[in-house]
Ligand binder design. Structure first.
Ligand code: CS2
Length: 517
């Protein structure tokens, strides 16, 4: 089968959308660090629509993307022979429930750099006058911060390395600061640094980490960054499961040419981005983005409703042996649990969002999770829990506790993480705990082969969890007693009854357990 390539685009069927602008004229206005599947299905897809629809406008061609992989060469190796082209498959089900997909070849990624092979070029590109935006999807752990406090981990081995080796950094923070140093030296002007990761106030966090690092490099540089760089906050939303070899084959078969690494996404897409740029930006609203004055309320909505419930489905689902989100949410008890979690324990904590009908949002989210064509692995979402849990659950827990409202299902979320950390599912199948602090988590919380089947041990585990500073931070200094007791009780149920019976019991008001104050 021939390879996807600018020369083979003509062979694709009419049904496949393809770039019909002069790719050769694209400049490199955006440098994107962390060119994984999410960015290729989100930012690049929206950017592509803008270039396609706006191609008569010469400025549209300023915004090609140079991607950077911080570690592996695999994306570059797959896409380079295709001159950056790749396919986005949008998947859902038709009215009869049959999976279907529509294909689009994306053309706005011009090239990909592999940072460890060529750190100099990455630094030069940050300092290049064509580069006006540096965007990031490096996942939570890529920021090398302490999730509970938001401070840079100055004892992180890669951060220590980056302070000593300005010519060959390893982290995104190191690359950006040393690249900005070059930019300042060569007087190449201001730059926008745009985080697209699922972190609250992601722009503020990024700015704080960059300034903290820059202060150690040179005070003048830190001041220059404060004066010349913008850090818009944003909320990004699209479910993007990892592409499997079977996906790669079926998409290539439908294209009629081989695409070494297509990406998959759901039809839904959302992006609320603060309109605060240092030196211009594409009009991404043409592609469905929303420019907002502040993104905070949208971030809270998304992190608590989408990501908060996603993690809960991931842990309960993994333990119950449901390998994908659609299978988990098809289980009536889990569906009822996630619906009740949102309605009774998350929604009361949300800020006002004019124009948003929260009941519709909840219903549409449950439908998104049920999408049978995505096959989104629960284990994919379950990874890196220590980095995700603070922003996904703990703000909601704190708000519910201070308002003296119910926390039973939020406690179930935390109990489900504890149960998940035991390392095996209800059929006894073991799995790896994938987390930057996996070893500590295993030492503290992994129980195999003993089940926690007595109430006292379960409550002790709950107390150990709630006092665990890397995740609970200051909250961990004085764990809330009601929270500890409820997590302990729910862990006991999970270990003795299993996921489904636990939920049934918790949702049954006659069951006799109340987490109300
Ligand atoms: C997921 C997110 O993997 C995860 O942790 O919760 O990637 C989620 O699919 C996206 O944030 C949806 O926008």
């Amino acid at each position: 089968m021939p390879r996807l390539h600018p020369d083979t685009l003509g062979q694709l069927s009419q049904a496949v959308l393809k770039p019909d602008y002069a790719r050769i004229e694209l400049k490199s206005g955006i440098l994107h660090i962390g060119i994984g599947a999410f960015m290729r299905s989100h930012l690049a897809a929206i950017n592509e629509t803008v270039i396609q629809k706006n191609r008569q406008n010469p400025e549209a061609m300023d915004w090609g993307i140079v991607g950077v992989s911080l570690r592996q060469p695999d994306t570059r190796d797959a896409l380079e022979p295709q001159e950056g082209l790749y396919t986005l498959a949008i998947r859902d089900a038709d009215l009869t429930g049959h999976p279907r997909q529509s294909l689009q070849v994306i053309g706005c990624v011009k090239s990909i750099l592999v940072a460890p092979e060529n750190p100099h070029t990455v630094l030069q590109q940050i300092a290049h006058s064509d580069t006006r935006i540096v965007s990031l999807t490096i996942t939570e752990k890529g920021y090398c911060h302490i999730p509970a406090t938001g401070l840079l981990q100055f004892d992180h081995p890669d951060i220590l390395h980056d302070l000593l080796h300005p010519e060959s950094p390893r982290t995104a923070i190191g690359f950006i600061v040393h690249g900005l140093h070059l930019r300042k030296m060569h007087a190449r002007g201001p730059l926008t640094l745009m985080s697209l990761d699922n972190l609250p106030s992601n722009g503020h966090l990024l700015s704080k980490l960059i300034i903290a690092f820059a202060q150690k490099v040179e005070m003048q540089l830190a001041l220059w960054i404060q004066e010349n760089c913008k850090f818009p906050c944003s909320m990004v939303d699209r479910i993007v499961p990892r592409t499997t070899p079977a996906d790669q084959q079926s998409i290539s078969a439908e294209l009629g040419v081989a695409d070494a690494w297509p990406v998959i996404g759901e039809p839904f897409i959302d992006w609320a981005i603060e309109d605060d740029f240092a030196c211009g930006r594409p009009d991404w609203s043409i592609g469905g983005a929303r420019f907002v004055a502040t993104a905070a309320a949208w971030e809270t909505l998304k992190l608590r409703m989408v990501n908060g419930t996603h993690s809960c489905i991931a842990y309960l689902g993994s333990v119950a042996g449901c390998h994908t989100v659609d299978v988990a949410i098809a289980e009536p008890a889990l569906h009822a649990c996630i619906n009740a979690l949102m309605q009774h324990e998350i929604e009361p904590t949300l800020p006002a969002l004019p124009g948003l009908n929260i009941a519709d949002y909840r219903a549409s989210l449950l439908k998104r999770f049920a999408n049978p064509a995505l096959a989104h692995r629960t284990q994919q979402i379950a990874m890196d829990g220590s980095q995700k849990i603070p922003q996904r659950w703990l703000g909601t827990v704190t708000d519910q506790i201070s308002a003296k409202r119910d926390i039973s299902l939020l406690a179930l979320c935390l109990a489900s993480w504890l149960r998940y950390l035991q390392g095996y599912d209800e059929s006894g199948q073991t799995y790896e705990i994938n987390d930057p602090i996996a070893k500590t988590l295993k030492d503290q919380f992994n129980a195999r082969p003993n089940l926690y089947t007595d109430k006292q041990t379960c409550e002790q585990r709950a107390l150990a969890l709630c006092s665990f500073e890397p995740v609970f931070g200051l909250m961990g200094k004085m764990p809330d007693r009601r929270l500890v007791a409820t997590i302990g009780h729910h862990l006991y149920l999970l270990n003795t009854l299993g996921v489904v019976q636990t939920i049934k019991q918790l949702l049954n008001p006659q069951a006799g357990w109340s987490s109300k104050p």
